[in-house]
Design a protein around this ligand. Structure first.
Ligand code: PGA
Length: 276
């Protein structure tokens, strides 16, 4: 597959952290720190109760609002759940689906994740679909099979005309919130290649070339640059480091630098082999 330049995409997943005051402070600091840069697309995903207040702060800025989950129905007797229309009304552009914390701690199945993906896309939200293997699966050489299954099931019956609103976050479960184990840039690149190959089989090469694949799992300012310069690593989904404005902004800056370098190298004349 020939190299394609895709905009780097950095997302903060605040999980079940912050309170109203911290959410406000953090969102303001990110908006102020971002300035007018356009190279990296940046999104913040606060907990549901803070979507409205963070949304107000992000309004008119270059930072988009995202949610961490939804329920795949417009409305109905689903106590405690939140619909795609409610998220859109709050100004959300994105929604994270299939996060391993929901798959593993709350028992979300591939079929349920698929239902959410289809409903979210149909409603007009952009979807960040998370996939990734556990340490046991990696050690048993099942990473590729697992990614294959999560993509095949998670993206079943997704209409081709919604694919431009879909991105994938590769998040090895063993690397999330883990200071001892994090994936090497090489491991991330390999998994992204597997994902893009599978995506091409499902939806064609053109869609696969346009697909943004983020890496997630203990991305920090000190490893972001090495990840971002890897082939096919188009950004990051960030948990812990997204709760500290300086760290999050340092990761965004690493994305800006990586995209500048990519642009420069793609505009350099290609060396052609002499004809024998
Ligand atoms: P982490 O979380 O950056 O804290 O590892 C990433 C995620 O779970 O999305």
């Amino acid at each position: 597959m020939s190299p394609a330049i895709r905009q780097k995409f950095v997302v903060g997943n605040w999980k079940m952290y912050t309170n109203a005051a911290d959410a406000r402070r953090l969102a303001k600091a990110v908006v102020d720190g971002m300035g007018a840069q356009e190279r990296v697309s940046v999104t913040l995903c606060p907990p549901f109760p803070y979507l409205a207040l963070v949304g107000e702060i992000l309004e008119g800025s270059r930072v988009a609002l995202g949610a961490q989950n939804l329920y795949p129905e417009k409305e109905g007797p689903f106590t405690g759940e939140v619909s795609p229309t409610m998220l859109l009304e709050l100004g959300c552009k994105y929604v994270i689906l299939g996060h391993s914390e929901r798959r593993h701690k709350l028992g979300e199945s591939d079929a349920f994740v698929n239902q959410k993906v289809r409903v979210a896309l149909a409603a007009g939200l952009d979807v960040i679909l998370c996939v990734g293997e556990t340490l046991e699966q990696r050690n048993a050489n099942q990473t590729e099979a697992l990614l294959d299954r999560q993509l095949t099931c998670g993206l079943a019956d997704v209409p081709a005309d919604t694919l431009t609103r879909l991105s994938i976050a590769y998040e090895p479960v063993w690397a999330i919130g883990n200071l001892e184990h994090h994936a090497t840039p090489q491991q991330a690149e390999e998994a992204h290649t597997v994902i893009r190959r599978r995506f091409a089989q499902m939806f064609g090469k053109k869609s696969a070339q346009a697909l943004a694949i983020q890496y997630g799992g203990s991305v920090k300012p000190d490893n972001a640059a090495a990840l971002f310069c890897r082939h096919g690593v188009d950004g990051a989904l960030i948990g812990g480091a997204s709760l500290i404005a300086d760290q999050f902004l340092a990761i965004v800056r690493a994305g800006i630098n990586a995209s500048q370098t990519e642009e420069k190298s793609s505009s350099m004349p290609q060396l052609t082999k002499p004809v024998a």
